[in-house]
Design a protein around this ligand. Structure first.
Ligand SMILES: NC(=O)C1=CN([C@@H]2O[C@H](COP(=O)(O)OP(=O)(O)OC[C@H]3O[C@@H](n4cnc5c(N)ncnc54)[C@H](OP(=O)(O)O)[C@@H]3O)[C@@H](O)[C@H]2O)C=CC1
Ligand SMILES: O=C(O)[C@@H]1CCC=N1
Length: 266
């Protein structure tokens, strides 16, 4: 089995790490690169994974997942130039960092794949979208797809779609968490205990998402099935339309898209 190094085990890197471990990937096939010793020990204690410095991790890896902040990626790759070797694959999770930029910061013979994951990778329910670099072989792409399948679903798309992907599935969990907060707080305002409001909200989101997934039915039809004539749902939906929920989502995702484009211009 190939060895995978994850450089940067913050929110996203640790989610991918936990997803892979949760899916049964052997611990001896995973490595984390971390510079702060306290954090390294925390990762060893939590996940039982080997945590070393970046150079040692890259020296032992076939696939190098880069999960540091976008503004730190090129400096990190430049610093690794003496240890990266032909045949390795660098998988960047960074928002707004193009394949062309990534390829200009790795030595010749090192392939690059750009990925937009999301944090539900932590529980094996992530969505990862891959775009292959110019020198990435079919086998290298298949290996990365298989690796990320441990974290949830995987699709491969042209890089031209990555800004839109980032706006929908990359940032998307945050929109859903905000909706969850709003529903829970509304339940509390209407007199439910917070733990009860939380359980009702979480199961409702999970149930609705599972229905969408398993039935393949258009969301408008599923919504109509909940909406009794003259009933409670119709009253609520009229308020959401009056308060421009669709317009708010269109504006929010356009802002995320434009920010992703802007980040790729630097
Ligand atoms: N969060 C998300 O939902 C998503 C994030 N991404 C992408 O993932 C990347 C990481 O984002 P996120 O996890 O949110 O950010 P975090 O700040 O949570 O994580 C970044 C991690 O990188 C570590 N780090 C910084 N420099 C180095 C280095 N030289 N070597 C090793 N580790 C280093 C940081 O450690 P320290 O704190 O000690 O500096 C930190 O743990 C970004 O590029 C982002 O665009 C993509 C999709 C979704
Ligand atoms: O907010 C961000 O920039 C990152 C990328 C997608 C989700 N989080």
């Amino acid at each position: 089995m190939t060895t995978t190094a994850i450089l940067g085990a913050g929110a996203m890197g640790e989610s991918v790490l936990a997803g892979m471990i949760g899916a049964g990937r052997p611990l001896d096939s995973l490595l984390v690169g971390e510079k702060r010793e306290a954090r390294a020990q925390e990762l060893r204690d939590t996940h039982g994974v080997d945590v070393v410095d970046n150079h040692a991790a890259v020296a032992r890896a076939d696939v190098v997942i880069v999960a540091v902040k976008p503004q730190d990626v090129t400096t990190l790759l430049d610093d690794l130039a003496d240890v990266l070797r032909p045949g390795q694959v660098v998988v960047s999770l960074a928002a707004g960092l193009t394949l062309a930029t990534l390829e200009s910061h790795v030595p010749e013979g090192v392939a690059v794949i750009r990925v937009m994951p999301n944090t539900p990778a932590l529980v094996g329910q992530g969505m990862s979208v891959l775009s292959r670099g110019t020198t990435c072989t079919d086998d290298q792409l298949a290996e990365a797809e298989q690796l990320l399948t441990a974290c949830g679903r995987v699709v491969t798309l042209p890089e031209s779609q990555m800004d839109a992907v980032t706006a929908i599935s990359g940032s998307g969990p945050a929109y859903v968490f905000l909706v969850a907060e709003a529903m829970i707080d509304s339940g509390v305002r209407l007199g439910l205990a917070r733990d009860v409001a939380t359980e009702l909200t979480v199961q409702t989101l999970l149930g609705a998402a599972t229905m969408l997934d398993e039935t393949g039915t258009h969301p408008a039809l599923l919504r109509a099935q909940v909406t009794s004539p003259g009933g409670t749902t119709a009253a609520a939906l009229a308020q959401l339309e009056d308060n421009r929920l669709r317009g708010a989502f269109a504006a929010a995702t356009t802002a995320a898209y434009e920010r992703s484009v802007q980040m790729s211009e630097h």
